[in-house]
Design a protein. Structure first.
Length: 293
């Protein structure tokens, strides 16, 4: 074992699915002593050959190191895996996807068992882990002191972004960002559906579509500024009244192309509601208020 390896902070990792395995390999490559555990032991075999210590139980894995990272299927899996472990004095970093409420409850659960807690939301897919230029990162929330203590180690698999003391904020940011992603994918799906029956190569539309989405992306900053100020009309270029007036053209085109409008109709319905409430001089920011119950 090299001097460099000895000086690296040891890590325990529970969960060796696709993401967990990618995290494990990133820490191993960087020289961190790593103890792993997985409910299905066979998944740990390859990592053992690469230098990981394989614990025969979750309790043994937890006991091995202070820094404990969990990347399991869901919140219930976290509770099951850690149920018979001693978390006293452990720094628990939970990278399992869950809701803000689950994160807050798990933070309280960890404190009751003598552990410090950080919640994380991974904004990456496994091939991006351990590849800095890929742009992946992990959102963290909870104890700021704990985040700073382990920041260097946590930054090995992917970049780190701290989003607040509230343990639920990482999950909330995670779902907010992914929700926007799915909305973008929905719009792209509708765009491709419109040309599906035509003599148009989808690969010729793709660069136009990608560039257009990039050009529109800065609009989120203007939306954020209007939400903060409460003024939805200042500097508006495309008024809601104008955009709502154009909606029938989108729906007619979809009908003519034999495409279901189900991805667009809910958004147009919100536009009509806001317009009926007198928001014709606004941009689309006011639609957000219609969504908040």
């Amino acid at each position: 074992m090299t001097r460099n390896t000895v000086e690296k902070a040891p890590v325990t990792l529970l969960g060796l699915g696709a993401m967990g395995t990618a995290l494990a390999r990133a820490w191993l490559v960087a020289g961190h002593p790593l103890t792993v555990w997985n409910r299905t032991p066979a998944r740990a075999a390859a990592l053992a050959a690469e230098g990981a210590t394989v614990a025969d139980s979750a309790a043994a894995a937890v006991a091995a190191n202070t820094l404990l990272v969990v990347c399991l299927l869901d919140d219930a899996s976290v509770g099951e895996a850690l149920a018979r472990t001693d978390l006293t004095g452990r720094d628990l970093v939970n990278l399992t996807t869950g809701t803000p409420a689950q994160a807050r409850a798990r933070a309280a659960w960890a404190r009751e068992r003598g552990a410090r807690y950080l919640d994380g939301g991974i904004m990456a897919v496994p091939p991006m882990i351990g590849v800095p230029q890929a742009g992946g990162y992990v959102l963290y929330s909870g104890s700021r002191e704990l985040f700073e203590r382990h920041r260097q180690t946590l930054g090995v698999p992917a970049g780190t972004t701290y989003v607040g003391q509230d343990a639920g904020f990482a999950a909330l940011h995670d779902i907010a960002l992914l929700s926007a992603m799915y909305g973008m994918f929905a719009g792209a799906a509708h765009a491709f559906a419109l040309i599906r029956k035509e003599d148009i190569d989808p690969t010729s539309l793709a660069p136009l579509l990608a560039d257009w989405l990039v050009a529109m992306a800065p609009g989120v900053h203007r939306t954020a500024e209007r939400l903060r100020s409460g003024d939805y009309t200042e500097g508006v270029v495309s008024r809601l009244a104008m955009q709502a007036a154009g909606a029938p053209t989108f729906l007619s085109t979809a009908a003519q192309q034999g495409v279901s409008p189900e991805l667009l109709s809910p958004y147009f319905a919100l536009m009509r509601r806001r317009l009926a409430e007198g928001g014709g001089d606004e941009d689309l920011t006011g639609l957000i208020d219609l969504l908040v119950r």
